[in-house]
Design a protein around this ligand. Structure first.
Ligand code: 26W
Length: 821
């Protein structure tokens, strides 16, 4: 589809006009930033036509809508992606060239909208892409944080967090929609009033503080299908006229308070990945966007439907983890207090409208809020949760008479806390995990009691990723090569990529495939030289671990193994060793001290290893600063080896693993999360699997018996590596890495020695790394393995995942959009 508005001449004229209108400049005088804005506005113009057409089609066909409720949307840059999905990238690239503008430089001008931490936020972004591409009516609902994920700078080897002011220059792809503003209420109290007419109690919320929620819409462009869906993120503002209570007129202090409350709510994304912070502000953020989104959804429904009891026929709310779980109580509140339904009717509707996805089993991530805080901030919502809990406990008692253990384990409110996961499960009609293994662990371990009581709710939806961003855009050479060989259908149907399998023994094809990988490695090497000042050899094995920094993801295992290899090379200089570049990229949560220390350790090891001329450059270690969606696209394309080495049972799914596979990098990993399914697709022989199984780990956790000290005492090479953490090898300050050392052993400072089984899996990991080296040395064997990884990645498209959500949970109707002009 080549739209006529992307006729080159029209496009060029429009860019020139925009530069003139926006900046009073001629094209030649414009800065790169101004060019980026001007081009983006031109593109947005075209998008808006499709957006309107989509809205018209939806109005005519009245499809069921999914509202994907998420605290995080890790979108990444929009310009290039939008052009590709519009089918206009090629034309626009040429048009820009004719104007003397390099499209890559222009794309680099865009700030990376990073309204998310990691896996969960990026998954939400991939889902929106797939929903639009498949033609389903969907809204993303979230928060317009003024500061997204912090920028990471590395100073003296330490992570330093720098604010990400992504909105500073104005973001061209968003649209402010003040006409859809909503009010959200915090604090106050609930007054009960008996209503003579109905014979019912009325619950009146008074004395609250109000905040205005103003939506900003971002277009989500489907792939060459004219569909444009909406990501709706909410900004907060004070209610202008202090008019909600005439008493407040002119109350300056109150006005300032409102202003501050509003500013605070949307100020910043919490940079926690897998750790509950328990902060009041976080709870406010949750309720703020949940309330505004649900109000908007109901208002939209009521415009064209009059029976609120049939809401579930047209509306479904998917809760991305427990963060938006008060949606349950908020929907109940609106249905009862505003729409006038009784409890039973409201409950019947609510429990057909909400569904819950679990993304982690890490205990510290489970959201539990103190009653005191919850009830003070959200008195009416809390009241409703109390009632849900009361009724649920009766059900549990009926089902398990006299079994008080069950109540203790399953109650929504217990020990002075509101347990959000329990609320989500009790109210949701669907509970899903994000990879087969993860769902099994939920059913058999974490949520066992709930599974036993309501097995019909539980289902699995293995995650996926969008091949359009992570191959078509991120690896344009490989994308073109694939299309040359099997046609373009893989772009919207990734199962087609299996057609590449016929080239697995075709020497010419393998050569071309690896040449493209080499070019991508050169591109990354250039980036590393420019950003890190480290020279790396693109002929070396690019062994990559990029993801959030967390102990369970075991970046520590990786770097300890690097130290071990370094020792080996020093001890046996004659030993055969294939040059290897270990590439890391990771942000640590700002308050996670040990994670930040691990970053420092990686950089200290890099300093020593990279500058030791006696090892002849056989090992290089690189820590890429500020890992984010935009450089991720380049990193996946350039990787030879994909490190997916989490402690088995801890990584719910992983999605980076799928991006590496798609780009032809075999997995070096544990049988964890979606790795299990990756191996199933590509075959044991095309992956490097090591380590204890989830069952073994869980068994140790439940029954004890794991002893890292025994390994330390009996394995001299491992002991040497650990000693080097505290003997000055990597830092003259011998105390610097003491905490890391202590965390691995039964020292007086450590309660759970080596919680993540690093020593337990070390030998197995080292042995798998040897297999990697041997395989890589055999060029043909490696090429085949790499190509087969790409060819077998079909299952891991988010298009497949979304279709499963649609078929099993959401039951949406497919819509076609035709262009009006
Ligand atoms: C309340 C603090 C908090 C913040 C974020 C708790 C939990 C989270 C997320 C659930 C963490 C997360 O991103 N989980 C990841 O979700 C991905 C998408 O399903 C999975 O692929 C990853 O395995 C999982 O770690």
């Amino acid at each position: 589809m080549i739209d006529k508005q992307f006729d080159k001449e029209t496009f060029k004229k429009s860019v020139k006009d925009n530069v003139k209108f926006l900046y009073r400049r001629k094209l030649e005088e414009a800065t790169q930033e101004q060019l980026f804005q001007a081009v983006s506005y031109t593109v947005k113009d075209v998008i808006i036509d499709n957006w309107l057409d989509t809205q018209n089609a939806y109005e005519a066909q009245d499809p069921k809508i999914v509202y994907y409720m998420s605290m995080e949307f890790l979108m990444g840059r929009a310009l290039g992606n939008n052009l590709l999905n519009l089918g206009a990238y090629g034309e626009v690239k040429e048009a820009l060239e004719e104007l003397g503008i390099d499209i890559n430089a222009l794309e680099d001008q865009e700030p990376d909208p990073a309204l998310g931490n990691g896996g969960l936020g990026r998954l939400a972004a991939c889902f929106l892409d797939s929903l639009a591409t498949l033609g389903y009516s969907a809204y993303g609902c979230g928060i317009r944080y003024r500061y997204g994920m912090f920028k990471q700078e590395i100073r003296d080897g330490y992570q330093v967090e720098v604010p990400d002011a992504w909105l500073e220059e104005g973001y061209p792809f968003e649209l402010r929609r003040p006409e859809y503003a909503k009010e959200v209420h915090f604090g106050g109290y609930v007054r009960v009033e008996y209503d003579q007419a109905t014979g019912q109690n009325k619950f009146i919320h008074e004395g609250y503080q109000a905040v205005k929620a103003i939506p900003y819409d971002m277009p989500i462009v489907g792939y060459e299908n004219n569909v444009v869906n909406t990501l709706r993120i909410w900004d907060a503002a004070a209610i202008e006229e202090f008019g909600f209570d005439s008493f407040d007129k002119g109350d300056y202090k109150k006005a300032v308070e409102q202003e501050n409350l509003a500013k605070d709510i949307v100020n910043v994304l919490y940079p926690n990945d897998n750790k509950m912070s328990g902060k009041e502000l976080r709870l406010k953020q949750q309720y703020f966007f949940v309330s505004a989104s649900i109000q908007a959804a109901i208002e939209k429904y009521k415009k064209t439907h009059d029976d609120i009891k049939k809401l579930h026929e047209k509306v479904v709310f998917q809760m991305n983890d427990t963060h938006p779980t008060m949606a349950v109580a908020e929907l109940m509140r609106i249905l009862m207090d505003q729409e006038g339904l009784g409890w039973d009717d409201a409950w019947a509707v609510t429990t057909k409208c909400v569904a819950y996805t679990n993304h982690t089993i890490m205990a510290e991530a489970l959201e539990k809020w103190p009653i005191e805080l919850f009830s003070r901030l959200l008195p009416r919502v809390y009241q409703i949760i109390e009632e849900i809990n009361r009724r649920f406990i009766i059900e549990v008692q009926n089902r398990y008479p006299g079994n008080y253990e069950k109540i203790k384990k399953m109650a929504i409110i217990y020990d002075g806390q509101v347990k959000m996961a329990h609320l989500a499960i009790v109210a949701g009609f669907s509970v899903n995990g994000v990879a087969r293994l993860h769902t099994e662990i939920l059913k058999n371990q974490e949520l066992k009691d709930f599974y036993e009581m309501m097995p019909e709710k539980f289902n699995n939806k293995t995650n996926g990723i969008t091949q359009r961003r992570f191959l078509l855009h991120g690896n344009q050479n490989l994308a073109a090569w694939i299309t040359d060989h099997i046609g373009p259908d893989w772009i919207t149907d990734l199962s087609q990529i299996s057609k590449l399998k016929v080239y697995a023994d075709d020497e010419k094809a393998l050569q071309e495939f690896m040449n493209i990988k080499f070019q991508n490695k050169q591109r990354l090497a250039k980036y590393i030289l420019e950003h890190n000042g480290v020279e790396v050899d693109p002929h070396s094995i690019f062994d990559v671990q990029v993801k959030r920094l967390h102990e369970y993801k075991r970046q520590l295992l990786n770097i300890l193994h690097v130290i071990y290899l370094y020792n080996q090379i020093k001890l046996h200089p004659e030993m055969e060793f294939y040059p290897r570049t270990f590439i890391f990229g990771a942000k640590a949560s700002a308050a996670y001290e040990r994670a930040k220390k691990i970053i420092k350790l990686i950089n200290c090891v890099a300093d020593v290893v990279n500058n030791d001329s006696s090892i002849n450059g056989k090992i290089k270690v690189v820590f890429i600063e500020n890992y984010r969606v935009s450089n991720a696209e380049m990193i996946f394309a350039a990787a030879d080896v994909s490190e997916q080495i989490s402690t088995a049972s801890k990584e719910a799914s992983g999605t980076g693993n799928m991006k590496f596979m798609l780009n032809g990098a075999p997995t070096l990993g544990t049988m964890d999360g979606a790795n299990v399914e990756i191996v199933e697709e590509v075959g044991q022989e095309n992956a490097f699997i090591f380590g204890m199984s989830a069952d073994q780990i869980i068994n140790y956790e439940n029954h004890g018996g794991y002893d890292p000290d025994f390994i330390y005492n009996t394995d001299a090479e491992i002991r040497q590596v650990l000693m080097q953490l505290i003997n000055g090898t990597f830092s003259s300050d011998t105390e610097l890495f003491r905490d890391i050392y202590d965390s691995l052993l039964n020292t007086k400072n450590c309660s759970r020695a080596d919680q993540y089984f690093i020593l337990g899996d070390f030998r197995s990991y080292a042995e798998a790394q040897k297999r990697v080296e041997a395989a890589y040395k055999d060029e043909k064997k490696w090429a085949k393995m790499a190509l087969l990884n790409t060819a077998c990645s079909g299952k891991f498209s988010s298009d497949r995942t979304i279709q499963e959500y649609v078929d099993d949970i959401w039951h949406l109707d497919k819509v076609t959009v035709t262009k009006s002009s």
